[in-house]
Design a protein around this ligand. Structure first.
Ligand code: PMP
Length: 410
């Protein structure tokens, strides 16, 4: 295990003078916090004997029913019995990996992919193989070819890990035609799909996308979370899995933590039962859309030629590609010195790729701060380009080893 690059950044990026386009922290201040406070106090005083007690390994039955109602917004018809409540969807990822992976087994994942998933896969010694992605998501032909090549070479593929909607880190969404193609390719090849979907309800236009799980109940394990639609501090996520896998998940869950916190499960359940949660999600969507617009608008105006980026329709992230010859990790120290932070692209690849890329998140800073952050970042990149044109390489790259920070960055 190694410290993730995102975590290493937090120490520096959380200083108030730094505009952080780095971490993916939801803007929880937009919640009616007084209301949530009352709800939690009520829960302890009125139902404390249950809320503060151990619970079952599968999770609170009422909450599992409510989770089915949430998933219905994405076209999923599921029974509460097929849901396992987990400590955020991160734990669901961990349990799935623990159940399926023996050292050396292959996990297919988009390139780039979510850093937290990659570190889980690497902790269980999976062999992560990236599949090409473009601005419409995973490329089906590339998926089919990769599966064929791996099988021919005698590899064991355990599952495809995908974030089809408002992907972390790329911000792109798998289109409807490709969703069907990807499901079909995996079905034929006998490869399980793990659909990680924490951002699905945070789209900026129209109705939520139909989840992949909605069209394949047997071949897809679906991971959901309240971290982005409510608050990550509750640490409530879930897995929806075919029956045989669901049984294993409960066993793995019990061996990991006995049971999830009854307290936070009931708090989330109470929130869903008594608060206008759909309206709250709308509030989040509007807030993030404004921030996305601030980021895209200022990138358009300020970034030097040669930079390109994705245009997300939801979620938290933009993926930027730097001009040739620039290395995002190498320029990070200069960016921090100029009081702006991002996450270098290499953290999102298991194979050392991503050097010319960076993830910019717009979920947390106010629009004005986002614009200021982009102004600072554009200045750094322009300076790098001048150095590249003078010396044939970016300044920070040429000083590698001198000003490249250590693993904890602080
Ligand atoms: N999957 C993806 C794609 C994520 O972006 C995150 C959080 N950044 C998670 C899973 C984990 O979220 P949580 O454990 O808070 O539900």
């Amino acid at each position: 295990m190694v410290a993730s690059e995102v975590r290493a950044l937090f120490a520096v990026a959380s200083r108030p003078e730094v505009v952080s386009l780095a971490g993916g922290m939801p803007y929880v201040t937009a919640l009616p916090l007084d209301m949530v406070g009352e709800l939690v106090a009520d829960l302890v005083s009125k139902r404390g004997a249950v809320a503060l007690q151990y619970g079952g390994g599968q999770g609170d039955p009422d909450l599992r029913e409510q989770i089915c109602e949430v998933m219905r917004l994405e076209g999923i018809e599921a029974r509460p019995d097929d849901v396992v409540v987990t400590v955020g969807s991160q734990q669901a990822l961990d349990l799935i990996t623990r159940i399926f992976i023996d050292p050396g087994d292959v996990v297919l994942a988009e390139g780039p992919s979510y850093v937290g998933a990659l570190s889980t896969f690497s902790a269980y010694q999976a062999n992560v193989v990236h599949v090409a992605m473009d601005d419409q998501g995973l490329v089906p032909e590339s998926l089919a070819q990769t599966i064929y090549a791996l099988r021919t070479a005698g590899n064991r593929i355990k599952f495809l890990y995908t974030i089809p909607t408002y992907q972390n880190p790329a911000g792109v969404t798998l289109n409807e035609v490709r969703r069907r193609q990807v499901l079909e390719i995996c079905r034929r090849a006998g490869v399980l799909v793990v659909e990680d979907n924490p951002y699905g309800l945070l789209g900026f236009d129209g109705e939520p996308m139909r989840a992949m799980r909605a069209d394949d109940a047997d071949g897809v394990v679906y991971l959901g979370s309240f971290s982005k639609t409510l608050a990550p501090g509750f640490r409530v996520g879930w897995a929806l899995a075919p029956h045989a896998i669901r049984e294993k998940l409960v066993l793995a869950m019990e061996s990991a933590v006995l049971s999830h916190s009854t307290f936070t499960q009931l708090a989330v359940g109470q929130y869903l039962a008594t608060q206008p949660w759909r309206e709250q999600i709308k509030t989040f969507r509007e807030l993030y859309r404004e921030r996305r617009d601030a980021l895209l608008g200022s990138l358009e105006v300020l970034m030097p030629p040669g930079c390109s980026w994705t245009r997300p329709n939801g979620g938290f992230f933009v993926w930027m590609t730097l001009p040739e010859g620039l290395d995002s990790k190498a320029i990070l120290p200069r960016a921090i010195a100029e009081r702006v932070a991002f996450v270098p692209g290499t953290g999102f690849y298991a194979d050392g790729g991503g050097a010319r890329h960076m993830r910019l998140s717009y979920c947390y800073p106010q629009p004005d701060r986002i614009r200021e952050g982009v102004r600072r970042l554009a200045g750094v990149i322009e300076q790098e380009l001048r150095m590249r044109d003078t010396f044939g390489t970016g300044a920070a790259t040429s000083h590698k080893g001198v000003d490249t920070p250590g693993p904890d960055l602080a």
